[in-house]
Design a binder for this molecule. Structure first.
Ligand code: 13P
Length: 283
């Protein structure tokens, strides 16, 4: 079916107390893997690209890839700009046809984050494209940006004011997750999440889900998370598949042959996470 925005998708998730999986894709095989997994599970799905991914091939390349996948499938698919790093990039994604945009002003002070986010929200409103914003600092390294040690957790009262002033459609919260893998087991501040949920009505987003135990993700969904972002573990799955093939058959030269194994590993991972998000048969 044609692309959808994340607006209704996340509203339905919020009403139904589940989350939609958002998966970072880098190449065609990853797009194919995500769409196959979502179709088999009859689940809505979000594919997303970061600024460095976009820099690699261009917004139009990823749009064409994901659009082709979406149109062949019978489930709702949205294409989201993850961690939009500037007003300019957000506008490029909007013009290219992305159906969901994140503007990440979390590296700015509160007031500058409000101004930047509101500018993107105002520009996207006429086209009906929803905007995800971030308040607080998710730690670790995401894309080219270092989020630091992630001790700037989202303050519930600030979150309320932030959403009211910016009109953001959804909010990424910092509750103890970090991008990339964890050294130990991450400790999520679930109580903080509940406190944010009480005062903020828009869907909440969990970043940095790679390496977070499934049970902790389910608990976060019970407390109000409606979108869960996975990137690092997809990269690992894809690369592990390819490494394995090249190890057993170092003379292989057909990219389709090793790409297919990378794809299979990603698909298995995505199916697991869709199940954990509770969005099977919500397509
Ligand atoms: P991970 O790389 O930790 O899965 O984080 C993904 C993410 O939050 C993308 O925005």
């Amino acid at each position: 079916m044609p692309f959808v925005t994340t607006k209704k998708m996340l509203q339905d998730a919020q009403d139904g107390h589940y989350a939609v999986g958002a998966f970072n894709v880098e190449n065609m095989e990853m797009v194919m893997a995500v769409i196959e997994a979502a179709e088999e599970m009859n689940a809505p799905v979000i594919m997303q690209t970061t600024p460095s991914t976009v820099k690699y091939a261009g917004l139009d390349y990823y749009l064409a890839n994901v659009k082709a996948a979406a149109e062949r499938a019978d489930i709702p698919v949205a294409l989201h700009l993850d961690h939009g790093s500037s007003y300019g990039l957000a506008m490029q994604a909007l013009r290219t046809g992305y159906t969901s945009i994140m503007i990440d002003g979390s590296h700015e002070g509160f007031e500058d984050n409000v101004v930047l986010t509101k500018a993107v929200v105002d520009a996207c409103r006429p086209s009906g494209i929803p905007v995800e914003a971030e308040l607080g600092k998710v730690g670790g390294k995401e894309d080219d940006l270092d989020g630091g040690d992630g001790d700037g957790y989202t303050d519930p009262n600030q979150a309320k004011e932030f959403v009211e002033r910016t009109g953001a459609s959804s909010l990424a919260v910092a509750i103890g997750t970090a991008h990339g893998l964890y050294k130990g087991e991450p400790k999520l501040e679930q109580e903080r999440l509940s406190n944010i949920r009480q005062v903020v009505s828009v869907p909440l987003v969990l970043h940095g889900a790679s390496g977070v135990p499934d049970e902790a993700v389910r608990e976060a969904i019970r407390r109000g998370i409606c979108k869960v972002n996975y990137a690092t573990e997809l990269r690992i799955a894809y690369s592990n598949g390819i490494k394995e093939v090249l190890k057993t058959d170092p003379d292989i030269i057909d990219p389709k042959k090793y790409g297919a194994i990378g794809k299979k590993y990603v698909k298995t991972f995505v199916m697991e996470k869709i199940r954990n998000c509770g969005c099977v048969n919500k397509g």
